[in-house]
Design a protein around this ligand. Sequence first.
Ligand code: GTP
Length: 257
Amino acid sequence: MSSNPAPASIELSQLRLDTAQALLASDEEITSPEADSPTGYLQQLIDGLCELSLKDPLTGLANRRQFRAVLDREVDRVTRTGESALLLMLDIDHFKVVNDTYGHPAGDIVLQAVAQTLASCVRPMDTLARYGGEEFAVVLPGCQAAFGEAVAERIRSIVESTSIAIEPGLQIRVTVSIGGSFTLPWVKASIPTWIERADHQLYRAKSEGRNRVCLDFPPDSTVSAEEKGLLFYHLPDPTTDEMAPPISDPADSANRK
Ligand SMILES: Nc1nc2c(ncn2[C@@H]2O[C@H](COP(=O)(O)OP(=O)(O)OP(=O)(O)O)[C@@H](O)[C@H]2O)c(=O)[nH]1
């Protein structure tokens, strides 16, 4: 399940430490022609650092930092376009038993295999991240409710049926519980609340028996022109560059009389 994010300063110093350790531990040499010049070398170093700061080292998926940036972008897009988006939180079931039975390295192989399976189930426009230990997250932009349910169910079923070779001659299978929530079209969602709603559904999937999908569907409502006006009244009018006035509430003017 999700835990509270660390304060930014702690996260940043941890990032520097992780990055330095990863670079020191890295066996990869910078060998391309661009690396011959000092600027080319520096550019490659910077590219490598950027990569390290955005990727989870074990699975190669987006890490929490990149995931958070994608969520920010997606919330803006939903507010602007009125398209809905789906956030899925996935957690491997009884993963502690895998570690306890086969050892931590086998657990790591399972995490990598599940990450690969998940990557094969989503569209290129979707973002897949490792959210925590054995928890993953997927952001699906422009996702209708019926489509989201089918995708989540397909992911669950493919993970369940995929054998993972954890050592020669030994294959195991794992299952995932999935919780998800949609954004409300036109509404600027609070990211912590969006994550919390998906997490709540994940908790429900776990408590209802695991290896299942629980989604929090958006209420079946359309947003009126007046509501859209209330949401966007502060945006400048592109033809005059002036701020549009707030739409007055008829109830207010009735009260003032
Ligand atoms: N191998 C490995 N294990 C990890 C990693 N990160 C977290 N874990 C393990 O993941 C396990 C999570 O256990 P729990 O939180 O009890 O959850 P669970 O056993 O999956 O049970 P449910 O979620 O309730 O189905 C713990 O044993 C952690 O040590 C990792 O990077 N590698």
